[in-house]
Design a protein around this ligand. Structure first.
Ligand code: ATP
Ligand code: MG
Length: 329
C-alpha cells in the first residue's frame, strides 16, 4: 500500500484527513504501508524554499499527530528517495502526450493558473505519481476521488510496461471509501475542498484556531429548504455537513437524519462545530509537540527513507535491467 500528501500551504484540510489520512492510519495495521510527503509534487507550482522546508516538517508532524506510527508504517519524504525522479523519467517516456493531456487534475489546475504559467512539471505530475506507486509494487492506493484517474493511468502504464518488457510491476487498485471520497468546499459545495483552490472561508484547515473552525462551520452554505436530509444532488451543502458529522461522530447518516427531524440547520451546524473543535484541539496540540522536537522528526524520516529506498532501489534496478540499460560496474 502506498499513498502521499503534498506539503503545500501548511495545514492539511478536512478533505485530506477524511478522504485519505484517516484511511492511512487504519490501514497501517493490516498492510505493509508506505506513506510519503510528496515535496517533488509540491514544486509543480512555485514554492518559497524556507516555506517548503517548514511545510514538509509540518506535514510529517500532522501525519504523526493523526496517528501514523513509524513502527507500523514507512513514513518518508519523497525527495529523500531519488528513485522517484528516476522511475518518473522512465514513465514519462512510456506515456502518450494525448494520454497525459486528458488528466482532469492538470486541466483544472492549469486553467486556474493560466496556461502560460503552468509548468511542464505540472503537466507530468500524474506520471511521477505513477512512478511513486509502482516503485513499491503497491496493490492498493488509499486516496480521494480526485485521484481515481491517476490510478487508472498507473494501471495502464504498469500493464504497458509489463506487456513490453515482461512482468515487472504490480497493477494497483484505488482504495476509495464511498462516504468520504469527496469532501466539498463549505462555501461552494459543488467543488471539492482543496488546498490550492478553495477560498479561505470554504476550507477547514485542521490547524486553524478552533474558534475560526467553528465560525466557518456555522457560515457554511446550505439551501433555502429547512429539512435535514442527505441528498447530494438537491442538497449538496447539507449532505456535505452530514457526511462530515457522520464520520467524525461514528453515527450513520440515517441516524443523524432521524435525530434532526423537526430541527433546523442551526442545530446541525452547532453539533458539527462542536465535533470539529473536539477533533482539532488535540490534533493541534500533538502536531505542535512533534514540531517542538525536530530531531525526533528527522530521525523518523531518516529511518523511513532508508526502508523506502531498499524497496525502491530494487524495483528501479529491475526496471533498468528489463529496459536494456547497461549495468554500471
Ligand atoms: P491540491 O488542490 O493542491 O491538489 P489537495 O487539497 O488535493 O491539494 P493533496 O495533497 O493533493 O491535497 O491530496 C492529498 C490526499 O487528499 C489525496 O489522496 C486526495 O485525493 C485527498 N483529498 C484532497 N482533497 C479531498 C477532498 N476534498 N475530499 C476527499 N479527499 C481529498
Ligand atoms: Mg490534490
Amino acid at each position: 500500500m502506498l499513498s502521499g500528501i503534498q506539503p503545500t500551504a501548511g495545514s492539511f484540510h478536512l478533505g485530506n484527513y477524511l478522504g485519505a489520512v484517516r484511511q492511512w492510519v487504519a490501514l497501517q495495521e493490516s498492510h505493509d504501508a508506505f506513506y510519503m510527503v510528496v515535496d517533488l509534487h509540491a514544486i509543480t507550482v512555485p514554492q518559497d524554499p524556507a516555506e517548503l522546508r517548514a511545510n514538509t516538517r509540518l506535514a510529517v508532524a500532522q501525519l504523526l499527530a493523526a496517528g501514523l506510527d513509524p513502527e507500523r508504517c514507512t513514513l518518508f519524504v519523497q525527495s529523500h528517495v531519488p528513485e522517484h525522479a528516476q522511475l518518473g523519467w522512465v514513465m514519462n517516456c512510456l506515456t502518450g502526450f494525448g494520454e497525459a493531456s486528458r488528466m482532469t487534475q492538470f486541466k483544472d489546475k492549469s486553467a486556474k493558473q493560466g496556461a502560460d504559467r503552468a509548468t511542464v512539471g505540472l503537466f507530468t505530475y500524474p506520471v511521477l505519481q505513477v512512478a511513486d506507486i509502482l516503485l513499491y509494487q503497491a496493490n492498493q492506493v488509499p486516496v480521494g476521488e480526485d485521484q481515481r484517474q491517476h490510478i487508472e493511468l498507473t494501471r495502464d502504464l504498469a500493464e504497458r510496461f509489463n506487456g513490453r518488457y515482461g512482468q515487472t510491476f504490480t497493477v494497483p487498485a484505488p482504495y476509495i471509501l464511498k462516504e468520504t471520497a469527496k469532501i466539498f468546499d463549505l462555501q461552494d459545495p459543488a467543488v471539492k475542498m482543496s488546498k490550492s483552490a478553495s477560498t479561505p472561508k470554504g476550507l477547514i484547515n485542521l490547524l486553524d484556531d478552533p474558534k475560526v473552525t467553528a465560525k466557518k462551520v456555522k457560515s457554511a452554505v446550505t439551501d433555502t429548504d429547512t429539512v435535514i436530509r442527505f441528498d447530494e444532488e438537491k442538497k449538496p451543502g447539507v449532505s456535505n455537513l452530514l457526511t462530515i458529522l457522520s464520520t467524525l461522530s461514528g453515527s450513520s447518516v440515517e441516524d443523524l437524519e432521524r435525530s434532526y427531524e423537526g430541527k433546523g440547520y442551526g442545530a446541525l451546524k452547532t453539533d458539527l462545530a462542536e465535533a470539529m473543535v473536539e477533533f482539532v484541539t488535540p490534533f493541534r496540540a500533538r502536531t505542535q509537540e512533534y514540531l517542538d522536537d525536530p530531531e525526533t522528526l528527522d530521525s523518523i524520516l531518516a529511518k523511513g527513507a532508508e526502508k523506502a529506498r531498499a524497496v525502491a532501489a530494487e524495483t528501479l534496478a529491475q526496471t533498468y535491467d528489463r529496459m536494456g540499460f547497461l549495468p554500471a560496474k
